[in-house]
Write a protein that binds this ligand. Structure first.
Ligand code: ATP
Ligand code: LTN
Length: 334
């Protein structure tokens, strides 16, 4: 009975490697907020994952605090969910080591993110970059998460997490919950404003290609006004109109209007009017988040207490899993 009533548990994490974009918000973070009522959610900043790429310590420290504040501002509610910094909960590093001994060299070699990142950072192909998926598997398995919302780029890592969990369970008996990928009901895929065939990405070298969640209204409107479109000058969703399709997706995600309603609204109007309207709709969504973000950033004592209390909760849950793992493997522990 109790089991049937237990809410499904969700785990997800985001790396503090730069300010999140509108794509991160509409594609992931907004869903994290929405899922809090239906599920028991555990969220983290994946700061241990972030050091697989060299970080400047001062900028990195700031990025972690800002990301934490920004997610609280988005509506991650620590009354309902647990939200912590991965580095504050030592069980993550601990389980990652154990799981790396149950992850094969061949499996890790097939990870496309490893291949991409080692090509991009050829001067720093470190062991952490290679074993990144074992750490990610640990994040998920520590909390017995039933479901993990991830984007397409992380599907392969999640699949490997499932393989590792199954392997361990087969060797030692039921220990881990095998997590399922979770595809949210609503989830926009936001494209690059300058090259709408590519996804919007915070690590793009062209600042005009993305909207950061902390961009000012002026920057946002300007970026939308310079977004790449087509020469048809008709606001309609159609093949071959990637730029306009993307702006329609964004406008729809921000206003709740359907594509049909948008087409009607802008019938006979030019792209200029439409782009301004999209910019304004995005400003309207981001402004209240930015306001709360500023408030949180002005209260560092609160942010520290909140992070510590949530880390303590995460440690309490994950320690139980860790104790079980050590026992199964036969590792001594006092
Ligand atoms: P990077 O540029 O550093 O690779 P990113 O902006 O692509 O970063 P991630 O940190 O890899 O973003 O992703 C965090 C979450 O945001 C993931 O769940 C991912 O699926 C989602 N996401 C990232 N970019 C987009 C996008 N353009 N549209 C929708 N969702 C996105
Ligand atoms: N690798 C992910 C971040 C991440 C994660 C996780 C996501 C770390 N641990 C556990 C889901 C579950 C990324 O770069 N987006």
């Amino acid at each position: 009975m109790e089991n049937a009533e237990r809410k499904k548990r969700i785990f997800s994490a985001i790396q503090p490697t730069g300010t999140p974009t509108l794509g991160n918000y509409l594609g992931a973070l907004r869903n994290w907020v929405a899922m809090q009522d239906e599920f028991e959610c555990v969220y983290a900043t994946a700061n241990l994952h972030a050091i697989t790429v060299r970080q400047d310590p001062a900028a990195f420290r700031k990025a972690q605090t800002e990301l934490y504040a920004l997610l609280l501002a988005c509506g991650i509610d620590t009354e309902k969910s647990i939200f912590f910094h991965q580095s504050m909960v030592y069980t993550h590093a601990e389980l990652a080591w154990v799981l790396s001994c149950y992850t094969q060299f061949g499996e890790l070699s097939r990870m496309t993110q490893f291949k991409d990142k080692s090509a991009k950072h050829a001067d720093n192909v470190n062991a952490g970059l290679f074993t990144y998926p074992s750490l990610m598997a640990g994040d998920i398995l520590l909390y017995k998460a039933d479901m993990v919302p991830v984007g397409a780029d992380q599907k392969q890592h999640l699949e490997l997490s499932r393989d590792i969990a199954n392997r361990f369970n087969n060797l030692y008996g039921d220990t881990f919950v095998v997590p399922e990928p979770y595809i949210p009901k609503i989830g926009a895929r936001v494209m690059n404003l300058q090259d709408p065939e590519k996804k919007m990405s915070k690590s793009d070298t062209n600042a005009k290609s993305y909207i950061l969640m902390t961009d000012t209204p002026d920057q946002i409107i300007k970026k939308f006004r310079s977004a790449v479109t087509d020469s048809e000058a008709c606001v309609r969703y159609a093949e071959g109109k990637a730029g306009i399709n993307n702006l329609m997706e964004i406008y729809s995600a921000c206003t709740g209007k359907s594509f049909e309603q948008i087409e009607q609204e802008f019938e006979g109007k030019g792209y200029g009017d439409f782009k301004t309207a999209v910019g304004e709709a995005v400003v309207a969504v981001l402004a209240p988040i930015q306001e709360k973000f500023r408030q949180y950033m002005g209260d560092k004592a609160f942010l520290e207490t909140c992070a510590r209390e949530n880390a303590e909760k995460a440690l309490a849950i994950s320690s139980r899993t860790m104790a079980k793992v050590y026992k199964k493997v036969g590792l001594l522990r006092y």
